[in-house]
Ligand binder design. Structure first.
Ligand code: PRP
Ligand code: URA
Length: 211
């Protein structure tokens, strides 16, 4: 599949197994989502642009590289996406954060937008839209539509999740084929309630103890 990446790494797989375990409690779940997000962000940020700068070490002048351009924007889809933000900011501390609040209507499974707040100048920024779960893809598509409406460029948008279902990948790729999707795992399918199988349950509820 083009523009779709499963980021395999022993640390990610180990942490994901603990996340999937129904006996893992809220505190550990929250820490692990951030740890996995940090590891994913390390790979996703590989293509950030650099420019050459001249600096002076204690020994002499040298040309070296530094990140260039406007700051990255991390866009968590509320609520569960918030659980990934600190892990990513550990790596990219100067990143801005734009929030998109969506919930899935439990009858229609369609996302309903309730909050959006973005930094300025989205057209010049790399956007990392983040949510632990890509299930039907409805939330990811709506969040990406929302940042596009506010000026982000499609070629600068990446979607980062922890667990993805084939149905969500297909829907997101049909809606936005240019968006690169990164996940720690590609699971089997969705069940009749649109939960990912085997998945890890309801990420928002497990992160915030609202089960
Ligand atoms: C969950 C999850 C995603 C969405 C994924 O959110 O955090 O945002 O479902 O499903 P989709 O791909 O079918 O749209 P939920 O609506 O449970 O809200 P929450 O994050 O506030 O718990
Ligand atoms: N949202 C979740 O939190 N979990 C799923 O399995 C599907 C959607």
């Amino acid at each position: 599949m083009e523009n779709f990446h499963v980021l395999k790494h022993p640390l990610i797989e180990h942490k994901l197994t603990i996340l999937r375990d129904k006996n893992t409690g809220t505190k550990d779940f929250r820490e692990l989502v951030n740890e996995v997000a940090r590891l994913l962000a390390y790979e996703v940020s590989r293509d950030l642009p650099l420019e050459e700068v001249e600096i002076e070490t204690p020994i002499g002048k040298t040309i070296q590289k530094t990140l260039t351009g406007k700051k990255v924007v991390v866009v968590p889809i509320l609520r569960a996406g918030l659980g990934m933000v600190d892990g990513i900011l550990d790596l990219i501390p100067a990143a801005r954060v734009g929030h998109v609040g969506l919930y899935r209507d439990e009858e229609t499974m369609q996302p309903v937008e309730y909050f959006v707040k973005m930094p300025n100048n989205l057209e010049d920024r790399h956007m990392y839209v983040v949510d632990p779960m890509l299930a039907t893809g409805g939330s990811a598509i709506a969040a990406i539509d929302s940042v596009l409406e506010r000026g982000a460029k499609i070629e600068n948008i990446k979607f980062i999740c922890v667990v993805a279902a084939p149905e969500g990948i297909k829907a997101l790729q049909e809606a936005h084929p240019e968006v690169e999707i990164y996940t720690a795992a590609l699971d089997e399918k969705l069940n009749d309630d649109a939960y990912i199988v085997p998945g890890l349950g309801d990420a928002g509820d497990r992160l915030y103890g609202t089960l």
